[in-house]
Design a protein around this ligand. Structure first.
Ligand code: PRP
Ligand code: URA
Length: 209
């Protein structure tokens, strides 16, 4: 079974509380989502392998470590996943970015695909699928299936807030995908919104309704 990790770093938790607050406007919301994504990227990449190198400092030769040439791909689920890309790229600047466009049909809550553009070598990359919300899990599961169908083998999922239903849905379909979240909330309401959650992530990021 893939692992679920709740990233409980105090800075992440503090910023998440500000993100949840209905009084937080789009500009601040965007900035906070970017900052939390950057902090989460630090934890999500914790298992990246290192290799030893020798570095000449101004005083001596140091045995030091660098990342062992891992190729990373970030895959935001449009729209709301876009809000997390820049924060992650601040820490993983060499990552390639693929986009998967999915929206939830408001009646059925099933994901509808409308866009896909991925790096050509996704099979060789460590992919991190990013989306602020894991609600029913339909969108994340569909995006992961989509990537696997195109050869992806190594996939992690990173979300700000998850409902237990969404975690369960992804784990039951993709037991090889580790899930990283900042919070697991109580439940979904009848419209598939996370309670207490943060509302509609896409609308709050982009100021739409
Ligand atoms: C939101 C969110 C996820 C999805 C989560 O996107 O960003 O992609 O809902 O719900 P699920 O787990 O039940 O699939 P939405 O469909 O509202 O599209 P948007 O980002 O374009 O607003
Ligand atoms: N999508 C959102 O943006 N918010 C939710 O609570 C659920 C799905």
């Amino acid at each position: 079974m893939a692992k679920l990790q709740v990233l409980d770093h105090p800075l992440i938790q503090h910023k998440l509380s500000l993100i949840r607050d209905e009084k937080t406007g789009s500009k601040e919301f965007r900035e906070l989502v970017e900052e939390v994504a950057m902090l989460m990227a630090y934890e999500v990449t914790r298992d990246f392998p290192l290799q030893e190198v020798e570095v000449q400092t101004p005083v001596a030769l140091a045995k030091s470590k660098v990342l062992a040439g891992r190729k990373v791909g970030l895959v935001p689920i449009l729209r709301a996943g876009l809000g997390m890309v820049d924060g992650m790229l601040r820490l993983i600047p060499a990552a390639r970015v693929g986009h998967v466009g999915l929206y939830r049909d408001p009646e059925t809550l099933s994901p509808v695909e409308y866009y896909c553009k991925l790096p050509s070598d996704i099979a060789e990359r460590d992919l991190i699928v990013i989306d602020p919300m894991l609600a029913t899990g339909g969108s994340a599961s569909a995006a992961i299936t989509f990537l696997k169908d195109r050869g992806a083998k190594n996939i992690k999922l990173m979300c700000l807030i998850a409902a237990p239903e969404g975690i369960q849905a992804v784990q039951s379909k993709h037991d090889d995908v580790d899930i990283f979240v900042a919070a697991v909330d109580e439940r979904l309401n009848d419209h598939g919104y996370i309670i207490p959650g943060l509302g509609d992530a896409g609308d709050r990021l982009f100021g739409t309704k």
